[in-house]
Write a protein that binds this ligand. Structure first.
Ligand SMILES: Nc1nc2c(c(=O)[nH]1)N[C@H]1C(S)=C(S)[C@@H](COP(=O)(O)O)O[C@H]1N2
Ligand SMILES: [Mo]
Length: 410
C-alpha cells in the first residue's frame, strides 16, 4: 500500500482512507466464528417515553465555576472531544448563565417590543408559535471561549474543557424582522436593546444591521428549546458573541443609541494592549480546533488515526482547513466532511500515520472572506493580558513518544 504523504511527520493524503481499505485502517477480518453477545438470547428493554444514550457511550459536560459567590453563575462545556458531525445534542449544548436557569411557565411569559416604534406590541409564546418560522444550523460561541489558553502555562485539559463554550444546533424560530416590521420601527431606531427574564436581567444593545439576521428561537434540534438555552424563547444572533443571544427574552427596545448596559461596559468589551477598550466587537473570529486526537487522550499504538475537528467563523463560511503534525512547519489540506454554510461550523478530517514519535498537531481555518486563523502569539498580541475575549489562536496538541496527548501553548 503506497501512502502519499501530504505534509511532514505522517500526514497522509486526505483521500487515503478511501483507497486503503478497512484492514489497513485497523478493522478486524471477518471470520465465521465472530462473537455475538448474550443480547441475542433474550428480549431487550421496551420502548420508553424519552430516550437516553447507551450506558456504554454516556457523555458529560465539563463544569466551570466562574464566580462561587454568584448563585447560579457558571458554565458547562460541550465535550467536543467525544462528538462527531457538527450538531451538539441538546443535553450537551454548552451553558452559560449569570444567575441560574429560571423556571418559566410559557403561559405567563410575554415578549414586549417597544421604544421608537409606531405600535408597541406584546407577544405571548402561543402567538409567536403561529408566526412563519425559519430553520437554521448555527453555532453559538461564548466570547470567553478558550480563555484558559491565554494563560502563560498550558493547563492539561480536554478539547471541550479548553474550547467547549461552543456548540451548534438546528434552531427554529421567528425571524426578528417580521416583528420589527409589525411594530413599525422608526428609521432613527438603529439599535435593539434585548433583555432576558432571568434574575441577572442580562441585557445588550445590538446594532440594527446585525439584528436583522436574528431569530426568536423557539425550537432547538426539533424540540422546544431547553430551559438552559432560554425556554420559552431566546434571541439568537448568528455569528456573534454568545452574550448577545439573550435567553428567556422578555423585551426588545428600539433606540437611536446603545444602552451602555453592564454587559457592554464593564464586561464584554475588549481591553486592548494600549489600554483603550473596544466596544461592540460582536462578530466571532475564524477559528478551529482538532477534537481528536486531543488533550488527555492516549494513542494506544503506532498506526493510522483520523485527525478530526471543527472550524467556524462568524464573518463568512469556512473555505478550507489545513492541518499540521509538525507544529506548523508544514501543512496539508483537510477534507471537509460537511457542507460550509453561513454561521455553521464544518467538520474536517485528514488521516495521519503516527510513527511513535513526538508530534504537535494543529489546525488552521480560513473563511470565504479571506480571514485566516492566527497563531497563538499573533492572537494574543492585540489584547491586554488582563482580559481576553474573542481569543482564536491556533490550538496545539502535543503528542509525546508514549502516545499521550496534551494541551500545549505554542
Ligand atoms: N438572559 C440571559 N441571557 C444570556 C445569558 C444569561 O446569563 N442570561 N448568558 C449569555 C452568555 S454569556 C452566553 S455565552 C450565552 C450562552 O447560551 P447557552 O447557555 O444557550 O449556551 O447566552 C447568553 N444569554
Ligand atoms: Mo458568554
Amino acid at each position: 500500500m503506497t501512502q502519499t504523504p501530504a505534509a511532514n511527520n505522517g500526514l497522509l493524503n486526505r483521500r487515503w482512507f478511501l483507497k486503503a481499505g478497512a484492514v489497513a485502517a485497523g478493522a478486524a477480518v471477518l471470520t465465521p466464528a465472530m462473537a455475538d453477545g448474550p443480547w441475542m438470547t433474550y428480549p431487550g428493554q421496551s420502548p420508553g417515553p424519552y430516550g437516553a444514550p447507551s450506558r456504554f457511550a454516556a457523555l458529560k459536560r465539563e463544569q466551570i465555576t466562574l464566580n462561587p459567590l454568584g448563585p447560579g453563575d457558571g458554565a458547562s462545556c460541550s465535550p467536543l472531544q467525544s462528538l462527531n458531525g457538527i450538531i451538539t445534542p441538546n443535553s450537551l449544548h454548552f451553558e452559560r448563565h449569570h444567575s441560574g436557569i429560571p423556571d418559566i411557565d410559557p403561559e405567563h411569559h410575554r415578549l414586549t417590543v417597544f421604544g421608537q416604534v409606531k405600535n408597541p406590541l406584546v407577544f405571548s409564546y402561543e402567538s409567536l408559535l403561529r408566526y412563519p418560522q425559519q430553520t437554521k444550523t448555527w453555532f453559538l460561541e461564548c466570547s470567553g471561549n478558550s480563555f484558559r489558553n491565554t494563560f502563560d502555562e498550558a493547563p492539561d485539559l480536554t478539547a471541550g474543557e479548553v474550547s467547549g463554550l461552543f456548540s451548534c444546533a438546528e434552531w427554529t424560530g421567528v425571524p426578528l424582522h417580521y416583528l420589527l416590521d409589525e411594530v413599525g420601527a422608526h428609521k432613527t431606531a438603529s439599535w435593539v436593546i434585548a433583555e432576558g427574564a432571568d434574575a441577572s436581567g442580562n441585557n445588550r444593545s445590538i446594532p440594527m444591521s446585525i439584528a436583522q439576521h436574528a431569530i426568536i428561537a423557539l425550537f432547538q434540534n426539533g424540540e422546544p428549546i431547553r430551559p438552559s438555552q432560554g425556554f420559552p424563547m431566546r434571541l439568537f444572533v448568528p455569528g456573534c458573541e454568545g452574550n448577545i443571544s439573550i435567553k428567556w427574552l422578555r423585551s426588545l427596545k428600539l433606540s437611536p443609541t446603545p444602552a451602555q448596559t453592564r454587559e457592554e461596559t464593564s464586561k464584554y468589551t475588549d481591553l486592548l494592549a494600549d489600554g483603550t477598550a473596544q466596544q461592540f466587537s460582536l462578530k466571532m473570529e475564524v477559528k478551529s480546533v482538532i477534537t481528536s486526537p486531543s488533550g488527555k487522550m492516549q494513542l494506544p499504538a503506532k498506526g493510522i488515526y483520523p485527525i478530526t475537528g471543527l472550524a467556524w467563523s462568524g464573518q463568512a463560511p469556512i473555505s478550507s482547513v489545513h492541518v499540521s503534525a509538525d507544529g506548523g512547519k508544514s501543512w496539508a489540506a483537510a477534507e471537509l466532511q460537511t457542507e460550509p454554510s453561513p454561521f455553521a461550523p464544518v467538520r474536517f478530517r485528514i488521516p495521519w500515520q503516527w510513527h511513535g514519535q513526538p508530534a504537535v498537531l494543529q489546525s488552521r481555518a480560513t473563511d470565504a472572506a479571506g480571514n485566516i486563523q492566527p497563531t497563538r502569539a499573533v492572537a494574543l498580541r492585540k489584547q491586554s493580558p488582563l482580559v481576553i475575549y474573542h481569543y482564536n489562536g491556533i490550538q496545539s496538541w502535543q503528542v509525546d513518544a508514549s502516545g499521550k496527548v496534551r494541551n500545549a501553548l505554542i
